[in-house]
Design a protein around this ligand. Structure first.
Ligand code: TYM
Length: 374
């Protein structure tokens, strides 16, 4: 598929995403070296997803850091749409969020949009509730600060969210929603309203405290559209516009087009996959930048840019820059074969998942304590 034909919406990512074009179309800014230095100054280091350009763009981050430097602390807000298992792409975004929480000592508001998934997917209300619980276990297992992390579930916390959401809804027209998301007259009326539910948590602490609190939203860039639509409404309602940091997409196993998503079992690695399953998926499906024969590979080397196993290491599973660079060089000059590179990725991912699965089992006991009780 040609670059011109890619598509990025909160519900569908297709084709070979051209991030330069996306930055222009969405009106976001690339993270500059100057901004990265400012983050490093406060955090004491740069997260690997910042060093490697996985989180690559932003809105109003300069403003947020200005406020922070004046002593006006911000909170974090992000979320999950519960309609299936949690995969590595989700986890990446949330591990970065966790790093921000630790380095900037922030509160985190985490929204579970069970209403969204019920409205947009062909799944029953009961099944979505089951996924909401399952997904909460994963988020709880990632180790966010218990006292400072608040889970809100749209249908359970409607009393908190709905009074805010209606104020957004009154200022967003159907024609804006149609133009921004490609909705039609045949779409159900819940879908049309939904953006106002996702806009609301960015001002919940301001509403609760009775004074404006800056907000930073880390997300995959597919989710940006909701906030672009709501952007002008925040100041109209007397709130700050939230700052945003955007991640590129973790690739699907099958290759660089589209993104890792939960709807295709063999295209995603899920947090609940067994070590054997991870091995099978990577060996069988992970798109390789290797050559057709060993001889050819030894002679001209592999291509790490399209190699999915290498990309998973780069995106998050190999912390050490020097080691990663060593792998890149060995693969590119033909010393390392695809089977060896895949083995490294399998080992690193399985080490993470083993630990995560233990924490996930423990989370069954204490997931309730993350739920907002106010
Ligand atoms: P959902 O459940 O589709 O995804 C949750 C988060 O994971 C990101 N993500 C990815 N990031 C990188 N690579 C991928 N392959 C990949 N797949 C998913 C998403 O961009 C998102 O950040 N409507 C939202 C839930 C939500 C939300 C929010 C998300 C509610 N409030 C505020 C971000 C910020 C949803 O369905 O996300």
């Amino acid at each position: 598929m040609k670059k011109e034909t890619f598509k990025v919406t909160p519900w569908e990512v297709k084709g070979d995403v051209d991030y330069t074009q996306l930055v222009k179309e969405f009106g976001v800014s690339r993270l500059s070296d100057k901004l990265l230095k400012r983050i490093e100054k406060h955090a004491g280091e740069l997260h690997l997803m910042l060093r490697r350009g996985v989180f690559f763009a932003h809105r109003d981050l300069d403003w947020l850091l200005d406020e922070y430097e004046k002593g006006n602390k911000f909170f974090l807000y992000t979320g999950c749409g519960p309609s299936g298992g949690i995969h590595l792409g989700h986890v990446g975004t949330w591990l970065f969020t966790k790093w921000l929480q630790e380095k900037f000592d922030c509160e985190l508001w985490f929204q579970f949009t069970d209403d969204e998934k019920f409205l947009f997917k062909d799944k029953s209300y009961e099944e979505i509730q089951k996924w909401t619980y399952e997904n909460m276990l994963d988020v709880a297992a990632l180790g966010f600060k218990p006292g400072k992390t608040h889970f809100i579930v749209d249908t359970r916390h409607a009393g908190l969210l709905y009074p805010i959401a209606v104020k957004f809804a009154k200022k967003i027209t159907f024609s804006t929603v149609k133009a921004s998301f490609g909705m039609t007259n045949e779409d159900n009326i819940g879908k049309i309203f939904y953006t106002s539910m996702q806009a609301a948590p960015a001002v919940v602490p301001s509403v609760l405290k009775g004074k404006n609190v800056p907000c930073l939203i880390p997300l995959g860039i597919d989710q940006d559209t909701h906030f672009r639509v709501a952007r002008d409404v925040y100041p109209k309602l007397g709130f700050y516009k939230p700052a945003i940091m955007h991640s590129v997409f973790w690739p699907a196993l099958k290759g660089p087009e589209g993104k890792m998503g939960a709807s295709d079992e063999n295209s995603a690695i899920f947090t609940t996959d067994s070590a054997k399953e991870v091995e099978r998926k990577i060996k069988k499906y992970a798109f390789s930048g290797g050559r057709d024969t060993v001889e050819e590979h030894r002679r001209i080397g592999g291509n790490v840019d399209v190699d999915v196993a290498f990309q998973y290491l780069r995106f998050g599973f190999m912390e050490d820059d020097v080691k990663l660079e060593g792998i890149r060089r060995a693969y590119e000059n033909g010393d390392m074969l695809t089977s060896e590179l895949k083995s490294i990725a399998i080992k690193e991912i399985n080490e993470f998942l083993k630990e995560h699965q233990l924490k996930r089992a423990k989370a069954k006991k204490d997931v309730e304590k993350f739920l907002w009780k106010g």
